[in-house]
Ligand binder design. Structure first.
Ligand SMILES: [Zn+2]
Length: 331
């Protein structure tokens, strides 16, 4: 079958001899309809994030149609349209047993520890596929996974209705945090140097941070992950407020404990989502019309144009996605 293979850092090729996936016990095979591109895909693409070997297939945000089921699968059948949850927990470690599958000791990650979904078909555990209505546009399949990350961060932060929140960074993760905050009845203010990204955030209902009365907020969401934003993010937290850290880097971040204690600040590291509660909650909100995952999408590329999509993705203000219609039509 065909797949988009990473053959060297920064170089992808379409191959037609990628192994056809075999569904193991409990697995389903999904024929892919759409794949979103995000920062972690780019770090695999450019070689900053190491993968087990080359050629490699990445891509982890997306879904399609179930075309085969393995032994022992119940509750999923051929023909169902599904979104893929791309982090597979072992379900047996202490973190999993406590419900924190995001902290699983042996978490398998599509595109990082197992080959990803920029391929015609992929085998995944049935429990990690989420049936959705077949009238969802394919573009929505490509945006659900990052929306779950954002929506989970907002849900766990217990954002009061009407609260002013600062969102640092308006890349696709920041845009989706803004959307989740608006759905929660809060008002996001955005700090973002890129004019196109800022403009998109404002169009979707955020306000520029310069318009906020006062320098501090009860809640700050840091999505940029660059060292230079740590200080403004931390300083923008009001007394007794909370800083939710979603973006990250490997540089030390400074603060003084006297300031932390006297301002009584809570700092929370927020990594992905827990299985199955967070996909469940986000998909319910999308189905109820409270969230529209495709709103932030600005770039659409056919699967043959994946190399061009990867080359331009950093210049596009919103999210880019790859659509697979030409591979499904048998061309
Ligand atoms: Zn585990």
């Amino acid at each position: 079958m065909r797949a988009v293979a990473l053959v060297a850092p920064g170089q992808v090729e379409i191959v037609d001899d990628w192994p056809e996936p075999e569904p193991g016990p409990g697995d389903v095979v999904v024929q892919i309809r759409g794949v979103g591109l995000c920062g972690s895909d780019l770090s695999v693409y450019d070689g900053t994030r190491e993968v087990p070997g080359m050629p490699w297939v990445f891509g982890h945000e997306g879904g399609g149609d179930i075309v085969a089921t393995g032994p022992g699968v119940t509750g999923r059948e051929v023909g169902q349209r599904v979104v893929i949850e791309p982090n597979f927990a072992d379900g047996t470690c202490a973190a999993c047993l406590a419900g924190h599958t995001s902290a699983c000791d042996d978490r398998q990650v599509l595109a990082i520890t197992r080959t990803g979904i920029l391929a015609e078909r992929v085998a995944v555990p049935a429990d990690y596929t989420w049936p959705i209505s077949s009238d969802w546009p394919d573009v929505a399949l490509a945006c659900v996974e990052p929306l779950v990350v954002a929506h989970t961060a907002v849900r766990r932060a217990d954002v009061p209705v009407g609260a002013d929140c600062l969102v640092i960074g308006a890349g696709s993760q920041g845009q989706l945090v803004c959307q989740s905050l608006l759905a929660a009845g809060a008002q996001p203010y955005v700090l973002e140097p890129h004019p196109g990204r800022l403009e998109l955030a404002l169009k979707l209902g955020a306000r520029p941070a310069e318009e906020h009365h006062g320098d501090t907020y009860p809640l700050v969401f840091e999505t940029a992950g660059v060292p230079s934003v740590w200080e403004p993010a931390y300083n923008a937290v009001a007394k007794t407020g909370k800083l939710v850290v979603i973006g990250f880097n490997d540089k030390p971040a400074q603060l003084t404990t006297i300031d932390l204690v006297q301002r009584q600040i809570t700092i929370v590291g927020q990594l992905i989502y827990d299985h199955p509660v967070d996909f469940q909650a986000t998909l319910a909100a999308v189905s109820a019309g409270q969230l529209a995952p495709a709103q932030t999408v600005q770039g659409t590329f056919g699967v043959e144009e994946t190399a061009a999509a990867l080359a331009s993705v950093r210049e596009i203000a919103g999210k880019s996605w790859i659509e697979f219609s030409s591979w499904r039509d048998g061309s």
